[in-house]
Write a protein that binds this ligand. Sequence first.
Ligand code: RAM
Length: 341
Amino acid sequence: MKKANRIVFLVAVTALIAVGTLALGSCAPAAPKVSKIAIVVKSLGNGFFDACRDGGQEAAKELGNAEIIYQGPSTPTAEGQIEIIDSLIAQKVQGICISANDADALIPITKKAMSKGIKVMSFDSGISKDGRMVDLVPSETPLIGKQQVELISGLIGGEGEIAILSATSQATNQNAWIEVMKAELAANPAYSKIKLVATVYGDDLADKSYREAIGLFEAYPKLKGIIAPTTVGIAAAGKAITDKKLIGKVQLTGLGLPSEMKFYVENGACAKFALWNPIDLGYTSVMITNALIKKQVTGKDGDVVKAGRMGDIKIGANGSAVMGVPFVFEKSNIEQYAKMF
Ligand code: RAM
């Protein structure tokens, strides 16, 4: 082919490809007007996640173009969440925000979801970075862990045996906080007289957490304090301390819902504990998922999500985003917060 002819031929082929692409484009299904966003939680029946759901629904209402599907297994397992995500892929949802029961076990299924165009973010309890686009934590991990140790130290007068009553042994969030607690206890001279004697797991089930608390009293008669960094665990420990008439003997702190802890603050079983606002956490998660669906952000370092009443949420390295500082609850403010969450 002569050079001139070759150019004419190439131009014609390029034009044909362009026309073809345009034609295909006009046949492609239009993006749905309403995005289905699934909030997948560690397990159903946990008041903390119900509050996250309420916040998510508030965000969806404000956005006006999002519908929330709230799901979780009956017990907090990765297997249960994998099944749920599989069915959400089949339902062709547009976004999934998940509090993960395992940082790594969910990666293959969330990768499958993302390969189908579903935007996936983790919140509260994260998935490792390959398995999601954004991970939203309520507060900096070191801050939460150190605050828990400070609280128990204050309650037991800086001296004595303590134990941790956690959620599941695979929970990303609790494990990260516990790691900080252990490091802090080992490194900070202020805690040299505190001895961590055990870490037990109530699996975010009220009855198992209750039994684990009783087990601690039996195994460690000199126990002076419990840190339960789970809303289910702390309420169960409050009940165990009350039932076993250990108020004043065993101190309790952790992360709890004021509405579930009011009784134990007022009866003296738990003088001080902490938490962030779970409604805001759910609200922000849905705002971020929506921004991913609308392609306003991709989850890269430096992205900023306009998260309605929560303002600008900055995405940092590895898709991590952080909200605020935990509140501390005690007799003076429990009444007020118990009405909120
Ligand atoms: C439980 C869950 C959740 C955690 C709270 C504090 O409800 O384990 O993941 O963030 O406690």
